[in-house]
Design a protein around this ligand. Structure first.
Ligand SMILES: *Cc1c(COP(=O)(O)O)cnc(C)c1O
Length: 216
């Protein structure tokens, strides 16, 4: 599907939900896509991208940014503390803040570096063992903890369980964010971004619908 088709679907969903046009940002998830495919989307004028791994992003975005200095890149995948300094330098936002140890490390490094990307706290809304993210009962406490560390937490993020209706998880995430006074909602992927927009997503993360299947 073309980028413009996806953007028009987002706009339709915003308007049907009575949300202002442009309320949802489209993150084009470029992980494991060939450079020429990513560059084609940059050439179309799109500037907001998502990556899953620090290593992979470090291999391609410094070069892309020489030509497209205004490109923004968000980290969507899990972050190890030993890569946190590199992540602060590389990304404009991190969507996978999911544990106190990482919060403490980011807070210390943000002090040292004098800057910190916008942060989304990842919530394990389905309470799945194999998935990262804060458990539901821990969300409010973790938000408070991050705020006490002066971290720039802007919102919540979730990846719903594969076999459940995602809308239930999106609605839950929206409720948790509102309860904590957070505006950002990172939710919705290729298969369900229109439903996420309907439920208030401020950032949808769409990969394969834009770029096609990934390399592996
Ligand atoms: C890969 C990925 C996406 C994009 O998935 P698609 O189904 O290709 O749209 C979104 N969010 C996260 C966290 C991802 O890892």
């Amino acid at each position: 599907m073309s980028l413009s088709e996806i953007k028009s679907r987002i706009a339709k969903s915003e308007s049907a939900a009575g949300r202002p046009s442009g309320a949802t940002k489209l993150i084009a998830v470029s992980k494991r896509q060939p450079d020429d495919v990513v560059e084609a989307v940059l050439k179309e004028g799109h500037r907001l991208f998502g990556e899953n791994q620090v290593q992979e992003a470090a291999g391609k975005w410094p070069t892309f940014r020489e030509t497209y200095p205004d490109a923004k890149v968000h980290l969507l995948g899990p972050l190890q503390t030993n890569k946190a300094r590199q992540a602060i330098a590389l990304f404009d936002a991190i969507h996978s803040l999911d544990r106190p140890k990482l919060a403490n490390t980011l807070a210390r490094l943000a002090q040292e570096e004098g800057t910190c990307p916008d942060l989304f706290i990842q919530v394990n809304t389905g309470e799945e063992d194999q998935k990262s993210g804060v458990l539901l009962a821990d969300v409010d406490g973790f938000v408070t903890e991050c705020r006490a560390l002066d971290l720039p937490v802007v919102g919540l993020m979730c990846i719903p369980p594969a076999n459940e209706e995602p809308s239930l998880h999106f609605a839950l995430l929206a409720k948790l964010a509102a309860r904590n006074g957070l505006d950002g909602l990172s939710m919705g992927m290729s298969g369900d971004y229109e439903r996420a927009v309907a439920l208030g997503a401020t950032h949808v993360r769409v990969g394969s619908a834009i770029f096609g299947d990934r390399a592996y």
